[in-house]
Design a binder for this molecule. Structure first.
Ligand code: URA
Length: 322
């Protein structure tokens, strides 16, 4: 291996990885550089390793400079010269493909511009929400607004009821005991909290005068007042699936109806998006029965199927025959 080339190659790969993490879907290189990349290694930088025939970075496309970058598309191959692609980082450090956030090579890549726009729009909305005083009593009692957290480009959005004491203190939804259980459920699907988006119907903790812990149920008029924030979050993120956690979350979205034990496991539609109602993780903490755990897990298996996520045999068996 060439002593100068290896560190340069590593640095380039690291740079491309960083760009990809920031949402960059392609990089432009000059026609000259592209040509050089296709030359036998010995003619570019001396004693280089032979080119790997199928070397391809799965997520960043390298485009010749000045080629217009079509939105939502990878560079199209020219008949004479296929687009140069970069070698992926070593398999050991590469995260396994994640069907929620990773776009397979064969599909059009969302433009990084669209991703940046979503992130910027969410941030702008968050700034508004953080200053909200529409419910004067909640604005007066809250420590902070708990807007939502996660990937603005997520395909899965979880909607809970309202922040509790821990969330009010930390400014992030589902960080208390129920939240820790929810994180475990998310991880059981193969995802992380950062892959999805998590928020609540109500962005402020319902006030509980004279009471340090425990939440009261959000009032219908509070949910009504706060709902436009959730609508904007949904409209910006455009998730492929929504999950409503618990009766109050379903009521906040769909209006009063049946109890969660009758609603769960059956697809509804909200703003044109498939919505899966399931039990709230706090209910799971109170009721440790295997059948309830399995019920929630079956709801998440349906969500995974809807999102065309891979499901292993082991995952299908969770909470069966224990
Ligand atoms: N329960 C909820 O519904 N939301 C939270 O953020 C925390 C607990």
């Amino acid at each position: 291996m060439n002593g100068t080339f290896d560190p340069l190659l590593d640095a380039t790969i690291r740079h491309l990885e960083t760009l990809r993490e920031r949402g960059v879907g392609h990089v432009n290189v000059s026609a000259e550089t592209l040509k050089a990349l296709r030359l036998p290694a010995s003619r570019v930088g001396g004693n280089l390793p032979p080119a790997k025939p199928e070397a391809a970075h799965p997520r960043i496309t390298i485009r010749p400079e000045r080629e217009p970058a079509p939105a939502n598309q990878t560079a199209s191959p020219t008949p004479t010269a296929p687009p140069a692609r970069f070698q992926a980082a070593p398999a050991a450090v590469e995260k396994p493909a994640n069907p929620i956030t990773d776009i397979p090579d064969t599909q059009p890549m969302p433009s990084s511009k669209a991703q940046k726009t979503k992130a910027a729009a969410i941030l702008a909305l968050q700034q508004k929400a953080l200053a909200c005083t529409r419910c004067a009593h909640l604005a007066a009692s809250r420590t902070q607004v708990v807007f939502g957290v996660g990937n603005p480009d997520a395909r899965l959005m979880l909607v809970g009821e309202a922040p509790g004491a821990d969330e009010d203190e930390q400014g992030e939804p589902f960080v208390g005991r129920a939240g820790q259980l929810l994180t475990k459920i998310i991880q059981a699907t193969g995802l992380d909290r950062g892959d999805i988006y998590i928020t609540n119907i109500l962005k402020c903790r319902p006030d509980t005068p004279g009471q340090d812990s425990g939440n009261r149920k959000p009032r219908p008029e509070e949910m009504e007042t706060c709902l436009p924030y959730l609508h904007s979050q949904i409209d910006i993120i455009k998730p492929g699936v929504l999950v409503a956690l618990g009766t109050v979350a379903v009521e906040g979205l769909m209006g009063p109806g049946d109890v969660i034990s009758n609603l769960r496991g059956k697809w509804l539609t909200y703003r044109g998006i498939p919505l899966m109602p399931t039990f709230h993780p706090a209910y799971l903490l109170r009721n440790q029965s295997l059948s309830i755990k399995r019920a929630v897990w079956e709801d998440f298996l349906q969500v995974m199927e809807k999102l065309e996520m891979p499901i292993s045999k082991r995952q299908r068996q969770f909470f069966l025959n224990a």
